[in-house]
Design a protein around this ligand. Structure first.
Ligand SMILES: Nc1ncnc2c1ncn2[C@@H]1O[C@H](COP(=O)(O)OP(=O)(O)OP(=O)(O)O)[C@@H](O)[C@H]1O
Ligand SMILES: O=C(O)C1=C[C@@H](O)[C@@H](O)[C@H](O)C1
Ligand SMILES: [Mg+2]
Length: 196
């Protein structure tokens, strides 16, 4: 493994519940880098501006998608100015927030290694349902309607994640530990290839 100084910052993208946070934390521990979550930075920014909602879900539902996305763009901008190497998990909606993912990919100065986690759509949806439908899937048609909306969201977002990804992991229904190991090995191989 390489020392913290040589490591790039790593940004993890993927649909809701693809494991961005749990695998991101495992990767950060492995690389001995700090871990942060863009949704968390959005909340901190919102509270610093006097916001009262207590969670991302409530902020998104009660203040609206536009407010959430404006905060997400601000948080991303601040993150890019932070010079420390770190592992960052994103919210799934970053793909819909114009220019934010592109900014991590191409904007001068700091380089982020962008990792995209893919899982079978049905597995993701089952995990989402187990935790309660998020506001961006709510609407008509009950669970069938939500599944349909999720399908279209996957089609649209997967293209965007892929466009900016340096590394794509096609994961299956394995334990968290096994999937984390696959990602850690893949990142180690990618980074050691870059060093040569
Ligand atoms: N084998 C598994 N690997 C990863 N996550 C799993 C697994 N089995 C169940 N889960 C569940 O899937 C959910 C997704 O995990 P995690 O929060 O890391 O994903 P995420 O991509 O960060 O989600 P979000 O987009 O909501 O931030 C968690 O609720 C976790 O308990
Ligand atoms: O997939 C989405 O659209 C979102 C996912 C969450 O992590 C949050 O980033 C927000 O609620 C939007
Ligand atoms: Mg997460």
């Amino acid at each position: 493994m390489q020392s913290g100084k040589e490591l790039p910052s790593i940004l993890i993208t993927g649909m809701k519940h693809s494991g961005k946070s749990c695998h991101g934390e495992a990767l950060a521990r492995h690389l001995t880098l700090p871990f942060t979550d863009l949704d968390r930075l959005v909340m901190e920014r919102y509270w610093a501006q006097g916001g009262k909602e207590s969670s991302v879900r409530r902020l998104y539902r009660n203040e609206g998608k536009q407010r959430f996305m404006a905060l997400e763009a601000e948080a991303a901008k601040a993150l890019k100015q932070d010079e420390r190497a770190m592992v960052v998990s994103t919210g799934g909606g970053i793909a819909d927030n114009d220019g934010v993912l592109a900014g991590f990919h191409d904007e001068g100065g700091r380089s982020f290694l962008i990792i995209h986690l893919r899982l079978p759509e049905g597995l993701l949806f089952a995990r989402i349902v187990a935790g309660g439908l998020p506001p961006f899937l709510e609407g008509e048609g009950g669970i069938k309607g939500a599944r349909e909306r999720f399908h279209h969201l996957c089609l649209r977002r997967e293209k965007v994640y892929r466009r900016y990804a340096d590394l794509v992991f096609d994961l299956e229904d394995r334990s968290r530990k096994e999937n984390s190991q696959i990602i850690i090995r893949g990142v180690d191989t990618f980074l050691s290839g870059k060093k040569e």
